[in-house]
Design a binder for this molecule. Structure first.
Ligand code: SF4
Length: 338
């Protein structure tokens, strides 16, 4: 089902194609599954710059960067420094609770350093495209870097939306590791949270977030793979008792195939809603994380202009710029029909 996998494209080629793709991700397709209407609001209307409170996510990002720096350099000090540089100090003072304070996040990061022995594994390397500054300095051909925080884009060929756009699946791979003795690959995803459940096996066992990373592994190897391992570094953020658990699962070709089949079904459903100009509301209530849905008021309307006016609130539409992907894979969804 997927056959043509390429490395990072030259910047000009990527930039020229940015408006032809509806970019979706693991989280936006989860939104699609939970409420088609919310997906419509978030992905198919112009947006203003987000003024939502992203503090918890920003703390998670700082922890990610701290741990990824530790993986790359092997230095705890450098990991802590990367974390401290990224930590959202301004947001910390606005929080009602201090369960994700700087101290709690740092304590969790230290527990992550101590949690796992990855000594048999080395970080894979990947060629990223040159930045604008590097091109201006006369560099070309990309640069080999450790495979952490790898932006990727999987472009689905064979399904076009009624507005003429294709659908591309984008995301970031937290880390890709390689075992030089066995030739095996493993991918890592870092999860920071405040869930109290002790055993998260059920949360991750069939979670599909890392399944498409197998396509990136294929890109690096240059041929289809039989399987790879996915790791979830599950981190309970707490100042006194941070908990870090590593969950490992095997993925194989069948998992990648099922992931692609699921994306085809979702895109076909999306096509139908767009053709009908009707995205249904969820049947299961409009609260999440104990808060009412942000779109609760505007959701009453089916009038496109009023919805757009509500969403923009008098501001200019925000044009999101996407990170240039280091891996671009063209996935032919229906090769037999050609
Ligand atoms: S208010 Fe309810 S139906 Fe409307 S977008 Fe939010 S979750 Fe969906």
């Amino acid at each position: 089902m997927h056959d043509e996998i390429s490395g990072g494209l030259p910047p000009e080629e990527n930039e020229a194609s940015t408006d032809r793709w509806l970019r979706v991700s693991y989280s936006s397709m989860n939104v699609f599954d939970s409420c088609r209407r919310k997906f419509e609001f978030q992905k198919l209307y112009p947006q203003r710059q987000s003024d939502h409170d992203n503090y918890a996510a920003d703390v998670g990002t700082a922890i990610h960067h701290g741990y990824q720096t530790f993986l790359v350099t092997g230095s705890r000090d450098k990991g802590v420094w990367a974390f401290l540089k990224d930590f959202p100090y301004e947001g910390e003072f606005m929080q009602e609770k201090d369960d994700r304070s700087c101290e709690a996040a740092l304590s969790t990061l230290e527990a992550m350093f101590d949690s796992t022995d990855m000594s048999e594994w080395e970080l894979a390397t990947i060629r990223r495209p040159n930045t604008t500054e590097e091109i201006a300095a006369g560099l070309s051909g990309g640069i080999e870097v450790p495979a952490v925080e790898v932006p990727f884009e999987l472009r689905f060929r064979g399904l076009t939306l009624p507005n003429g756009m294709g659908v591309a699946f984008t995301g970031f791979l937290d880390a890709l590791m390689f075992n030089a003795l066995t030739g095996e690959y493993r991918t890592l995803d870092i999860k920071t949270h405040r869930r109290y459940a002790r055993d998260a096996t059920a949360k991750y066992k069939f979670d599909s977030q890392q399944t498409p990373y197998g396509i990136i592994v294929e890109h690096l190897q240059g041929h289809p793979i039989e399987g790879f391992e996915v790791l979830y570094l599950d981190c309970f953020v707490d100042v006194a008792e941070p908990r870090v658990e590593l969950y490992a699962f095997e993925k194989d070709k069948q998992d990648i195939q099922e992931w692609l089949t699921r994306r085809v079904l979702q895109i076909q459903e999306l096509q139908r809603y767009m053709e009908m100009d009707f995205f249904p509301r969820t049947d299961s209530g409009c609260m999440s994380w104990n808060k009412p849905c942000y779109f609760l008021d505007v959701c009453e309307s089916r009038h496109r202009d009023s919805i757009e006016a509500w969403l923009l609130a008098g501001e200019e539409p925000y044009v999101r710029t996407y990170e240039q992907p280091w891996v671009v894979a063209e996935l032919d969804l229906f090769p037999e029909s050609e």
